[in-house]
Each structure stands twice: as structure tokens, then as C-alpha cells.
Design a protein around this ligand. Structure first.
Ligand code: RB5
Length: 143
């Protein structure tokens, strides 16, 4: 499974922590930037990630901004992207089981790194249930 990660300046610090944490577990996250705390625009970061997922270069993504809100709004404008803020452990599980989210989102200024890691691990280990949820997901992409 190939996983990419990207953040704006509000999520830069958390991105670095997650990259280091998962590298220790032999899970290399593909870093799409940003590469410093210099201010950038979160829609540009979401576009980069949406292109990465929709072109199937990576199977899953992690996006981080200050709150998680702007970067998820922007990502969810791309057809085929299902970005979900994993703000607690139940939501992390359901984001996979029911929504088959392909991007996990965190608020770098709102959540502890430990909670993000815990929630992302739950998300990774959960399985999409399909069935009625698949039917609903198919209704998400509107022309
Ligand atoms: C950047 O200051 C901040 O607005 C951004 O990281 C994010 O929280 C937007 O939703």
C-alpha cells in the first residue's frame, strides 16, 4: 500500500512527526510537501494530493492543515476524492467501513500527534463494508 502525505504550514509540524513515526515502523510516507513553515495556500496542497490519488500513484493520502477543515473542503471538490477528518477513534473506523475514505485529514493545531497516529492506525486496519455503503458512495460524484 502506497501512502502519500501533504500539509500546509499549519500542518507542517505534525506531518514531520507522522513521517518519522511511520518510518520507524517501515511505512514510508511519500512526502508531497509543504517543506517548511512558510505560508502556503491549502487548496494548492489538496490539488497535489487529489492528483496523486486520482492518478493512482498512491492508494491513500494524509492531508493536514491547521484545523483540517480547509484542506478537506478543497480535496472533496475533486470527483473521486473522499477526504474525512479522523477526529476520534470511532470516526476513524467508520470513515473506512462506511465511507471508504481515500484521504485521512487531521488538524495540526487541533489534535495531538498521539491521537492522530492512533486514529490513522484504526483507519488503516478497518475494512470497507461495501453493500449499501457502496451504493451511497456511488451517489457522491455529481457532474
Ligand atoms: C492557515 O493559517 C489555516 O487557515 C489553515 O491551515 C487551515 O486551518 C484552514 O482551514
Amino acid at each position: 500500500m502506497n501512502i502519500a502525505i501533504a500539509a500546509d504550514h499549519g500542518g507542517f509540524e505534525l506531518k514531520e512527526i507522522l513521517i518519522k513515526h511511520y518510518a520507524k515502523q517501515n511505512l514510508i510516507l511519500k512526502d508531497l510537501g509543504t517543506y517548511s513553515e512558510e505560508s502556503v495556500d491549502y487548496p494548492d496542497i489538496s490539488k497535489k494530493m487529489a492528483d496523486e490519488i486520482l492518478s493512482k500513484k498512491s492508494d491513500l493520502g494524509i492531508l493536514i492543515c491547521g484545523t483540517g477543515i480547509g484542506i478537506s473542503i478543497a480535496a472533496n471538490r475533486y470527483k473521486g476524492i473522499r477526504a474525512a477528518i479522523l477526529y476520534n477513534s470511532d470516526v476513524a473506523r467508520l470513515a473506512k467501513e462506511h465511507n471508504n475514505a481515500n484521504i485521512a485529514v487531521f488538524g495540526g493545531r487541533m489534535m495531538s500527534a498521539d491521537d492522530c497516529i492512533k486514529n490513522f492506525d484504526i483507519f488503516l486496519n478497518a475494512k470497507f463494508e461495501g453493500g449499501r455503503h457502496d451504493r451511497r458512495i456511488c451517489k457522491l460524484d455529481i457532474d
